[in-house]
Design a protein around this ligand. Sequence first.
Ligand code: PLV
Length: 327
Amino acid sequence: MNDRTMPEHFHINTPLLESVSMSRRAGTAVYLKMENSQPSGSFKIRGIGHLCQQMAGRSKGVVCSSGGNAGMAAAYVAKKMGLPATIVVPSSSPQLVVQKLQTQGATVTVTGKVWDDANAEALRLAEVEGLTYVPPFDHPLLWQGHAGIMPEIAASMGPNLKPGAVVVSVGGGGLLCGVVQGLKELGWTDVPIVSMETVGADCFNAAVKAGRVVTLDDITSEAKCLGAKSVCKTAFEYSQSGAPPIISELVTDRQALQAVETFLDEERVLVELACGAALAAVYSGVICRLQQEGQLKTPLGALVVIVCGGSSINMEQLNTLRHKLHT
Ligand code: PLV
């Protein structure tokens, strides 16, 4: 693709939808930022599209380590740019994602048990084969790309409305860093962020508790796309700064799955477990509890939930997860 046909960006401006049933449950207006409707199935395309535009123009190809969705974004963008893409995923990523990546034209390598193993291989391939390395969450250009989500939300809400809180899922912390930066750019550093992880993929929560970045022994959650063993340093540093305040919360895999199921029933949208963690903030009563504890204001005003999306889900995968987690 030459410069004249290169689009300004690869992501779309997604809808911000008010959910009547979630608002009723939360006791406050809930707005859903529908990142599941991005071309690659998740918000990842914002940062990865931006990074590839800045870094991969004259490259021989890109290599991305991923739990799945960063890879989907990298494969989509590389195809649009006319570049070959190699995506390295761990063996824990569902076969479904491997197939989707291949359909997108990517070469898929399965290495190691968790994302951190796949990442070591991606770095090696970048070095040996001279490919542009695309990280899934730890890079300033990714955060800059993700940050664009906040002015979009602000524009959709209109001049008189400001979120009472923003809910995000956290894997390696890339989306969180983007949302922090977007809030700063808007001058909204008083808007709290509720960061959601599942137990067993909780590297950010563990870092906040320990007061330093820590490495988890293993990823035991089924939310593999939240499964980085360590959170990126910048996300941890933002948690210490207090502006915007970040409240780190956990749900179980079962709660995340229940959220996926309720979301499907009530909103007619299927998302993966990584996104279910954010939705569970409403469905499992985390927001109400934080209000009771005084960590969030009452009344809260508009609660914005980033529906991060994800491609690692279909009816079969949903049934597999139900079998594993509801028994
Ligand atoms: N997933 C990354 C990292 O995996 C990946 O490679 O796809 N929601 C969804 C649907 C995601 O796919 C991810 C990240 C997140 C939330 C969390 O975003 P992060 O990593 O920027 O905090 C290991």
